[in-house]
Ligand binder design. Sequence first.
Ligand code: IPE
Ligand code: IPE
Ligand code: MG
Length: 233
Amino acid sequence: MIQIDERLKHIAFIMDGNGRWAQKLGKPRQYGHRFGVEALERVSRYCRDLGLETMTVYAFSTENWKRPQVEVDAIMKLLEQYITKMTRTLDDDRVCYRFIGDMSVLSPNLQKKIRVLEEASSVYEQTLNIALNYGGREEIVHCFHELIAEGKTQITEEDISRTLYTAHCPPPDLIVRTGGELRLSNFLMWQSAYAELYFTDVLWPDFAEQDIDAAITAFYSRKRRYGGVVSGS
Ligand code: IPE
Ligand code: IPE
Ligand code: MG
């Protein structure tokens, strides 16, 4: 198993390629989402075992509602089943779940299940953020609304950071996108400012431990300068 250290506290994954994975097999897109959930379970278990402090996954974007209703319904059902399963196994998994995004438009039943899982798992330290009805722009607008409600007439970067959905965790050190597209698709727009980006053609349902090792190896080969200079370079 690859070793990580304090330089790598947070990995965020854009879980892309489920639909193409299914289409290659001649199956409907929903079939790919089903195996996408299995990949999520595999990846989150592995990141926990590596000792990673925070992992974030992009499960459903604010733009994904544009998809055919059957696909949206299938994804929501899979998410609900996933949440039920994680609630049952949380004392074996020992991970703290946090949902990020605008939950207010989800069904009341799903919102309740999310709250139950978040509360029941809150005793655990390693965090899995699940971005659901998440958009980086929506998140920043949400911050502004919070700050207006506080009566702010001037704001700082710190004000934005503390009102983000991810205020409880450090920004991602590494963002991994599967499925071959070279873009962020409205994911963690504020938090990604100095994240290292890693793109792979592997489709999400196929994504496995060795692919995470490859992403982490690439991360450790990068020189993070944050706009400064690194001695010796
Ligand atoms: C990512 O896979 C999962 C979600 C967006 C919910 P896609 O469904 O986008 O798969 P492709 O990109 O069409 O292959
Ligand atoms: C990004 O993937 C959203 C998730 C992985 C949940 P998309 O498949 O929606 O992104 P685009 O449309 O290719 O940019
Ligand atoms: Mg996609």
